[in-house]
Design a protein around this ligand. Sequence first.
Ligand SMILES: [Zn+2]
Ligand SMILES: [Zn+2]
Length: 264
Amino acid sequence: MHLQVLASGSEGNSTLVRCGETNLIVDAGLGRDDELARIDAAGVPIARIDHVLVTHGHLDHARSAGSVARRAKAMLHAPEAILRHHAAKKAPRQCALRIDQPFELSARDGIEEAPVRVASASLPHDCDPTVAFAVEHRGRRAVILTDLGHPARAVAERLANAHVLVLEFNWDPELMETGPYPHTLKKRITGDRGHLSNAQAATMLELLASEHLHTLVLAHLSKKTNSPERALEAAHGVLDRLGLASRVKVVVASQDEAGEAIAV
Ligand SMILES: [Zn+2]
Ligand SMILES: [Zn+2]
């Protein structure tokens, strides 16, 4: 199983997960042409994308989900309310997922494949519903967790034991304070249903980290109210404290280009 973040940040989020012969995208938040270009650059023909999973209806996650699913003839999976979203409605094949209930993704016709299991967790965020996904294949587990308003133990329990964890490190309090956002937007982002600060992400990392974890991807960093250095400092602080620093590779996901494919 391989995970590759194709884009990460407020301008669009998308992650490619390849499980044997089954390929899936979690979120498609770039414009359609950019999204297709990143999938192509990752070396996966669009027709080989089998499933598109959508975490929530904010455009930086859902923008081209329906059109990419249509182009790929892929199944679009999301909670019922998101399937009615105008960005998702373009997908001719849809499957409503029940939040907090694990499900299996079907393999391409005629392919013998170990099952790809997906678990979802409901997140506090100002778009209802919002979920995060854990994808499991052949005993390996990848978790993608962004757009979380505050650290939540119940979320960590559902998404524990990842080998690869993609975790939101959205904002830094000092840079938020001095940053360009209007007061109302600052309140929204820093609120209980907004996004994780570096310190909140560090708390979440502490709840999620286990002996399985080997790669941590810092995701959804704000270009205006965070810096890779500050996010890395927060992440390394927790990993040092937990004695995991030498075992866990930490990378920062980019808005502007696809990251490396990570073997889960
Ligand atoms: Zn969001
Ligand atoms: Zn977002």
